[in-house]
Design a protein around this ligand. Structure first.
Ligand code: PHE
Ligand code: ZN
Length: 888
């Protein structure tokens, strides 16, 4: 194999570790240039394993000492390669003493031990622990950890690790120490330490059992006015897991630490969660309603991992969705439950489905498509995907739909009863669900093994004489990389039938006495018919209620049927979906008209259907806002054989402007009706009102007159919270009229003002970059100018995402400029990031996933850009895997 050829790792090659680890003791002498780590590991042979050698992994660290059972090991006693240290013929009982040195200050990858703003952090998932010491760094090796931290008292007054603080004191020489003990066995990827200048908000919290625990949120000095929401979210999470799943916090202390340098959202290290500041810091001045909701769900997510991920973990990384799919499901349910009413829950559901369609459906149709439980990977970091997370959550939700609320709980209880303290597989989870409910879920396994989004086609036939309604469902699944033939899935299809008055009809399957207004049909064959008896009037089917399965549903609805569903469906998801279908149909036609140079028009049925929803006071503002929001440009592109970003943009903007023109009075009214004066509160009702109001504002400026533009400007100036402020700015910068000269001076002024006002708030400056990168006026040249701005930095992931990712992923009409300048920018940035942070680089590399979907001329330019990156020297395996798959 030539040097540099990436190695593919296969799920089928799993072998149990040759040695188990019982205890790990670590001593850290913290120093940015050279942290010294002394580790003592007690191990014992696993006689059941086919692996006879003692295998340790290590990466980018200096090995200073290696002792086995008290004896220094000579170089000849082991083999050391770039990634492994292998000891052959080790005895059955082994105590290893290892000393390593780490240059944390040079570590720009944000994996392993690194320095951020002078403070130390670790990130060990998935394979970062091996950058700290040599270790069997695999999730099925679970051990008890004791950690001693030593460091300069002034530079690192705070010393944190997993579990309980058992000792601390002074070392005399200007340094001090803290000793931490984690009472629970854990895999190495859950190890963490934090050291530095930090302050915390803390609180004693009483669990349901009466036990008191200490909760802390640690941040940099100056940010204590932004921790309350995270603390509230943490307390809500603790209570929710007790109530909904009977799961109690098992530690006496639970800590959250925020850092501005983080590759992902957050990390569930045992008792010491480390978070991206984006998912901790909030007050009304700097954070939007969306930010507040994001914090709540990520705090919940990481907390819920304590049971689903930490107490029960993954046997190997192919099983990642075991913890991630399940924990996303749990955080989605948490947020839904917390709203406290049915519409709020439905709004949350719709938002989650939107994310799935916007991000996961394209992934599942592209070159990186993989099953929820992948069969192989080159770099595991590339598989922290929307498929593993969001589709994984949909798979867990299907158990919930099939087994019911109580049945699902029974399955969870059995899962913990069987597997607490173990490292297990997706099959173990499925078995617990099946066994607890006496159900056969064998076919359900295909949701884990087959990639691609299934298509379900529905056909209906009403026999008025026999009073029967027959629904025929058929399923197919497109081929994906390495998977040509697909077998039928076990698909729960929740169905309702609605009569002409909009009422749900009682559903009774022929030969079945049970009757309900929503029926979960189980589609298991390639094609199946379901016959309903006693249907005495014409009905409209409401199919896939609450989005009961992650599939694409095809049914030939008439416009009138869709308008009827939009006006009446009792299932909020299908009601919203009807509006989206009406919109998508028109958008696709209009894209075609744009391409043909035909004149564009929008019909009254659609305009009036939206008007009706907009003015329907019985509907939650949040729900109305969702209906008023058109399918995104990305979603439209996915519906086309060859996507044409500029025509898509033009068609969508035409619909927005036309709606604004026809609904002007209604929109102004909605704007006035949904003001939220008084003290800011991020609760769902207030947030929903702001969402509708700001949606109305964004429409109003699409068909602007001086008054509507002034409305936006005034809102910007007078806004008392970030939600309203940024929404106003967004409306001013993103409307089509921003393309002509009118108001360009005002726009410049507000942008400059915004920067000055929030210069010291990094998360707000991220928003400032994103606003500009996603504006219709943005172009590559402007992005390159912004990259020279003193506030820009490629090495800070949040900042890189705020500008580069935003432009490449969220401004398709501009990114896909005909001259290929967007692609050159992309290539330059992937190469630059590759040197600094391969994980982040590989994420950006994915912006080109769908390159074969664009017009021929674009394809050629995109391919050239991909090839240019592929030809770069010293490409990380992260980037190489993504690029290779895109070009395959
Ligand atoms: N396990 C983290 C989560 O889902 C995500 C993560 C993965 C964070 C890898 C950092 C590194 O909550
Ligand atoms: Zn997670």
């Amino acid at each position: 194999m030539p040097v540099g050829t990436p190695v593919t790792i296969y799920r089928k090659d799993y072998i149990a570790p040759g040695f188990w680890v019982d205890t790990v003791e670590m001593g850290f002498d913290l120093h940015p240039q050279r942290t010294h780590v002394a580790t003592r590991i007690t191990m014992r042979r696993n006689h059941d394993s086919a692996e006879k050698d003692l295998v340790l992994f290590g990466e980018d660290i200096k090995l200073l000492q290696l002792r086995m059972n008290g004896v220094n090991l000579k170089k000849s006693a082991y083999t050391l390669s770039k990634e492994r240290l292998v000891i052959s013929n080790a005895p059955d009982q082994v105590t290893l003493e290892i000393e390593t040195a780490i240059a944390a200050d040079k570590n720009t990858t944000m994996s392993g031990l690194y320095v951020s703003n002078g403070n130390f952090f670790t990130q060990c998932e998935a394979e970062g622990f091996r950058k700290i010491t040599y270790f069997p760094d695999r999730p099925d090796v679970m051990a008890s950890y004791t950690v001693m931290l030593r460091g300069d008292k002034k530079l690192y007054p705070v010393l944190l690790s997993n579990g309980n603080l058992v000792e601390q004191g002074d070392l005399g020489d200007g340094r001090h120490y803290a000793k931490w003990e984690d009472p629970f066995k854990k895999p190495s990827y859950l190890f963490a330490l934090v050291a530095g200048k930090l302050v915390c908000q803390e609180e004693k919290y009483k669990l349901k059992s009466g036990r008191k625990v200490l909760l802390q949120v640690w941040v940099e000095e100056g940010n204590l006015d932004k921790t309350q929401h995270a603390m509230d979210s943490l307390k809500n999470s603790i209570r929710w897991d007790e109530e909904r799943f009977g799961l109690e916090l098992d530690l006496d202390r639970f800590m959250i630490v925020a850092t501005s340098d983080f590759n992902m959202g957050a990390m569930e290290n045992k008792g010491l969660n480390i978070f991206n500041t984006k998912y901790v810091l909030a007050n009304s001045r700097v954070a939007t309603d969306t930010d507040y909701a994001g914090i709540e769900s990520v705090v919940g997510h990481e907390y819920f991992h304590n049971w689903t991920g930490n107490r029960v973990t993954c046997r190997d990384w192919f099983q990642l969705s075991l913890k991630e799919g399940l924990t996303v499901f749990r955080d989605q349910e948490f947020s839904g439950d917390l709203v406290g009413n049915e519409t709020g829950r439905a709004v949350k559901r719709i938002e989650d489905v939107r994310v799935l369609r916007q991000l996961q459906f394209p992934e599942d149709a592209g070159p990186m498509a993989h099953p929820v439980r992948p069969d192989s990977f080159v770099e595991i970091n590339n598989f922290y995907t929307v498929t593993v997370y969001e589709k994984g959550s949909e798979v867990v939700r299907m158990y919930y739909t099939l087994l019911g609320h109580d049945g699902f709980r029974k399955g969870m209880d059995l899962y913990f009863q069987r597997h607490d303290g173990q490292a297990v597989t997706c099959d173990d989870f499925r078995a617990a669900m099946a066994d607890a409910n006496g159900r056969d879920l064998k076919q359900f396994e295909r949701w884990y093994s087959q990639a691609g989004t299934p298509r379900v086609k529905a056909q209906a036939n009403y026999d008025a004489a026999a009073k029967t309604y027959t629904l025929t469902l058929s399923q197919t699944c497109p081929k994906t990389a390495g998977q040509v033939k697909k077998l039928p899935f076990h698909i729960p299809v929740a169905l309702g039938l609605i009569d002409a008055e909009g009422n749900d009809v009682a559903l009774q399957l022929q030969g079945d006495s049970a009757s309900s207004t929503t029926k979960v049909l189980e589609l298991k064959e390639a094609q199946q018919s379901f016959v309903f008896a006693n249907i005495d009037r014409e009905v409209t089917p409401s199919i896939l209620r609450n989005f009961s399965a992650p599939v694409i549903l095809e049914f030939e609805y008439s416009d009138e049927q869709l308008a009827h569903l939009l006006a009446h469906d009792n299932d909020p998801f299908c009601r919203w979906e009807a509006g989206q279908r009406l919109a998508m149909r028109r958008l696709l036609k209009l894209v075609n008209s744009v391409q043909q140079g035909e004149s564009l028009r929008l019909d009254d049925l659609f305009i009036n259907a939206l008007r009706k929803t907009l003015n329907d006071q019985s509907l939650d503002p949040a729900f109305r806002e969702l209906v008023l929001t058109l399918p995104s440009e990305i979603m439209i592109a996915e519906e086309m054989a060859i996507a044409d970003p500029q025509s898509i943009h033009a068609a969508r903007q035409f619909v927005r402007a036309t709606l604004a023109q026809h609904l002007k009075a209604d929109l102004l009214q909605a704007y006035q009706d949904n003001l939220t004066p008084g003290k800011y509160s991020p609760d769902a009702l207030s947030a929903g009102k702001r969402a509708l109001k700001n949606c109305a504002l964004a429409y109003l400026v699409e068909w602007p007159d001086t008054a509507t533009y002034a409305l936006a400007h005034t809102q910007y100036q007078e806004a008392e919270n970030m939600t309203d402020r940024i929404a106003a700015l967004n409306a001013m910068l993103h409307c089509s009229s921003a393309l002509d000269k009118a108001h360009s001076k005002t726009r410049k002024q507000v942008l400059a003002h915004f920067y000055q006002e929030f210069e010291s708030e990094a998360l707000v400056i991220d928003k400032w970059f994103t606003l500009q990168a996603t504006a219709p006026t943005a172009d590559v040249e402007q992005v390159r100018v912004l990259m020279q701005h003193k506030a820009f930095s490629m090495s800070n992931p949040n900042r890189a995402r705020s500008l580069i990712f935003a432009f490449c992923n969220a401004n398709p009409a501009r990114f896909h400029a005909a001259d290929g300048s967007g692609y050159s920018l992309w290539a330059d940035c992937v190469v630059a990031l590759n040197k600094l942070n391969p994980q982040v680089a590989a994420r950006l590399a994915r912006s080109m996933d769908r390159w074969t979907k664009y017009p021929k001329a674009n394809q050629a330019l995109m391919k050239a850009a991909l090839q240019k990156v592929a030809a770069t020297k010293n490409l990380s395996k992260d980037v190489l895997e993504v690029i290779t798959k895109a070009l395959a």
